[in-house]
Design a protein around this ligand. Sequence first.
Ligand SMILES: NC(=O)c1ccc[n+]([C@@H]2O[C@H](COP(=O)([O-])OP(=O)(O)OC[C@H]3O[C@@H](n4cnc5c(N)ncnc54)[C@H](O)[C@@H]3O)[C@@H](O)[C@H]2O)c1
Ligand SMILES: O=c1ccn([C@@H]2O[C@H](COP(=O)(O)OP(=O)(O)O[C@H]3O[C@H](CO)[C@@H](O)[C@H](O)[C@H]3O)[C@@H](O)[C@H]2O)c(=O)[nH]1
Length: 465
Amino acid sequence: MKIKNICCIGAGYVGGPTMAVIAKQCPQIIITVVDINPERINAWNDKNLENLPVFEPSLAEIVNKTRGENLFFSTDIERAIDEAEMIFISVNTPTKTYGKGKGMAADLKYIELCARQIAKVAKQDKIIVEKSTLPVRTAEALKSILDNTGNGVNFQILSNPEFLAEGTAVQDLLNPDRVLIGGDVGSNDGNEAIDALVDIYANWVPKERILTTKVWSSELSKLTANAFLAQRVSSINSISELCEKTGADVNEVAKAIGMDSRIGPKFLNASVGFGGSCFQKDILNLVYIAKSYGLNEVADYWEQVILINEHQKNRFSNKIVSTLYNTVSGKKITFLGWAFKKDTNDTRESAAIKVANNLLNEQALISVYDPKVTEERIYADLDYLNSRSEEENRALLKVDNNPYEVCENAHAIAVLTEWDEFKTYNWQQIYDDMQKPAFIFDGRGILDMEYLKTIGFECYTIGKG
Ligand SMILES: NC(=O)c1ccc[n+]([C@@H]2O[C@H](COP(=O)([O-])OP(=O)(O)OC[C@H]3O[C@@H](n4cnc5c(N)ncnc54)[C@H](O)[C@@H]3O)[C@@H](O)[C@H]2O)c1
Ligand SMILES: O=c1ccn([C@@H]2O[C@H](COP(=O)(O)OP(=O)(O)O[C@H]3O[C@H](CO)[C@@H](O)[C@H](O)[C@H]3O)[C@@H](O)[C@H]2O)c(=O)[nH]1
């Protein structure tokens, strides 16, 4: 079966870039990305490409080329569902904030709403593709809703988890390490559905990189991949603390172990802690699933990855306070970076939020500069914590869009995101305009500390004794 019309429900960080790349690589397929949030859809349709809701290198060029040709963004969800032969579900699956599994399990209410809407509208057979990250065996629940509430049409459910990382989304989508497709491999209809999705990816992904599995393996592989990646970050971060005590250098340790081909060099950058919308949420979900099967040792093992990450963020803010003579009350501390990593405007679970909150609890005055994150977003992140009133957050934390002004009169600078531009600043000028001693805390290990010391900065880098 050759797919000619695709609908993607959810126009977020995954739905938008993923569909833009499929549209670019498959001009023969019409793709409509729909969302319940009209502001998001308007932003995707904005003539000014600067206003797209997701910033990713090269994304605007691809949207510019495909939008209005074979890529469409719309709020008319029913129509898009009706017209599509294949529907990707790419809605958010955040950690539950209420009820059973609160703070651990994935909240599947948005997924269920999608399933019910598809069931209501669909009048012809459809292939449903889970693009969102879901707990293992969600496909079963989806199938039950679709079959029991639908109009008697046949639904095939595939799991096709997305492995793109933000900041490199377009590159990752164009050149994925692998594409994973789980389906009902035991039935003809299941295999036909799998083949239809394989055919789409085969337009640009070499066949040997398209892996087909049972649905459950595919769903669980996504959670497992994120758990392994985050585990590497927590492992090196735990060693960073030991480096600081012993005089070892975490970069040297990372290089030395990474040259072992069994370990490999990637994902060994010590940092102020991992952020992003996925790692924490997906590991908590894995822990919850393990517990729900009574596998307490398995759950405890993975939970430790999160605990080390919390510790690393707290350790960084504690270091700032202790270095600044045990008080930051009334002192200006400048944050360079707020996004959870460079080359994205996404701030979900960014380490900067937790570090800021800790320092605000100590009555610090924080000023933030990030090249891509808006003031509105930064305040929304802080307000969401409910630690203090909105007025207090605005009084204690300021946002500045000039990197030099934001550092003026600061007692300390903290680097929270590894944006490349921070490396090329005129650090002498920044030093001259700061309070003395001028402290700098590099939470990302990107600055040339030897050079900064010659200027006169008092320097701290994570993992350097
Ligand atoms: N962000 C990433 O880098 C990434 C990578 C791989 C996988 N994932 C997974 O992909 C999924 C989506 O993540 P995201 O970052 O794109 O989330 P997001 O919050 O950016 O986007 C989700 C969108 O879905 C919309 N939505 C929710 N319910 C809807 C409904 N019933 N009908 C129509 N639209 C609806 C929301 O309005 C929102 O715009 C999650 O499961 C996530 O774990 C994310
Ligand atoms: O050596 C490293 C590597 C990463 N990080 C941090 O870890 C977080 C996550 O980074 P990254 O994995 O690059 O970005 P994400 O967009 O969160 O991507 C992860 O989460 C996605 C959502 O599930 C998956 O699709 C990707 O494969 C997976 O890498 C960020 O805060 C990074 O700064 C480190 O501190 N040190």
